[in-house]
Design a protein around this ligand. Structure first.
Ligand SMILES: NC(=O)c1ccc[n+]([C@@H]2O[C@H](COP(=O)([O-])OP(=O)(O)OC[C@H]3O[C@@H](n4cnc5c(N)ncnc54)[C@H](OP(=O)(O)O)[C@@H]3O)[C@@H](O)[C@H]2O)c1
Length: 327
């Protein structure tokens, strides 16, 4: 029987609650595949889940939603996948912080030869998030003003670059001056520091008074009320995360007063629950990568055993782009 080195959480808390463990791995059953991870993507949701936020996971638990690697074995009934195939996944259940893992084979997508394992792990969860935000939640059209919060973050760099490639006028929000250059390099036309008072006014000054057709807000508590002031009449405000804490409740009447706005709170998981949707969405992402609209940006890499340091850096708002773990 194969063994796996995995991260285990036995009590919710700070980065120190993540412990390495070695576990036996049952061989893949019907419809399953065993994957040796080459790179694992860290996502902000991992931090919330480690702390026990939202709907707390049953303990003990693993962590992590995305990885890229190589198929080592497949179970009965699996077609179209062979040992040696390079794959990546999201939405295969919690537990990607591991050096190998058994997952449902229909959660795996092939990785193009042109992408490294680290780039695939940096792209699949965050890029699939950008894919539905830009192509489904709202189909971004040329000339529209789009506001992207945390524009120098993992999702943010991809979202900004892809929105720019779709022809939008992209305004990025960053938490500190040091991230401005990264957001501009990704494709933002303008960047405002959203931790400074009066940032919506500076956003309007940058665009010559034009408000955003869509605001992508992943910061939540600290920004949402101001995001409403950045959206054009009949515009859309998308709350897709709460890096600063849960977004405040919004009375429908406030949406009326701010310009008959639309407000939504979507998630990458239901958008990719159906295996056919997953494959189609991944194909659209990889096509955007092939066209040069989206590039992976691995800002930092850590050994799997050093995952606590990686979490500290992300929570400390020190990271730019994606952070990957290498088993
Ligand atoms: N709904 C979905 O489908 C979905 C899918 C993927 C990700 N997300 C969300 O998208 C966001 C980005 O995810 P990511 O994995 O790419 O993370 P990330 O953007 O690399 O890191 C989070 C960023 O949030 C900003 N931030 C603002 N206030 C913060 C605070 N109090 N503490 C820490 N960070 C703060 C920081 O950027 P600044 O310093 O520039 O402000 C930080 O870099 C997260 O909120 C995540 O939950 C949602």
């Amino acid at each position: 029987m194969a063994t796996a080195r995995v991260v285990r959480v036995r009590a919710f808390g700070g980065p120190e609650v993540m412990e390495m463990a070695t576990e036996e791995l049952a061989p893949p059953g019907a419809g399953q595949a065993q994957v040796r991870h080459a790179a694992i993507g860290i996502n902000f949701i991992d931090i919330s889940q480690r702390k026990g936020g939202g709907y707390p996971l049953p303990l003990p638990t693993g962590l992590g939603h995305e990885a890229a690697g190589v198929v080592e074995a497949v179970g009965p009934g699996v077609e179209g996948l062979r040992p040696g195939d390079r794959v990546a996944y999201i939405n295969a259940g919690i537990g990607a912080y591991a050096d190998r893992r058994v997952v449902a084979a229909d959660r795996l997508v092939p990785v193009p030869d042109t992408l490294s394992d680290e780039d695939a792990a940096a792209l699949i969860f965050k890029g699939m998030t950008a894919q539905y935000l830009l192509r489904k939640t709202h189909r971004v059209a040329p000339g529209e003003v789009v506001f992207v919060h945390a524009a120098a973050g993992g999702v943010g760099l991809i979202l900004s670059a892809w929105a720019k490639a779709l022809g939008a006028v992209v305004v990025g929000g960053v938490g500190s001056e040091g991230k401005r250059a990264s957001a501009l390099a990704a494709g933002c036309d303008h960047v405002v520091v959203t931790t400074a008072a009066g940032w919506p006014e500076r956003m309007l000054a940058a665009t010559g008074g034009r408000k955003a057709r869509v605001v992508y807000d992943s910061v939540g508590r600290d920004t949402l009320l101001h995001s409403l002031d950045c959206a054009a009449p009949f515009g859309l405000v998308v709350v897709y995360g709460g890096a600063s804490g849960p977004a405040p409740a919004i009375e429908p009447e406030l949406l009326n007063r701010k310009g008959c706005l639309f407000l939504t709170r979507p998630s990458v998981f239901p958008h990719n629950a159906d295996p056919a949707d997953l494959r189609a969405n991944a194909a659209e992402l990889f096509a955007a990568v092939a066209a040069g609209a989206v590039t992976a940006h691995v800002g930092a890499r850590y050994a799997l055993a050093d995952v606590a340091d990686a979490h500290r850096a992300i929570e400390g708002r020190q990271t730019v782009g994606a952070t990957v773990l290498v088993p």
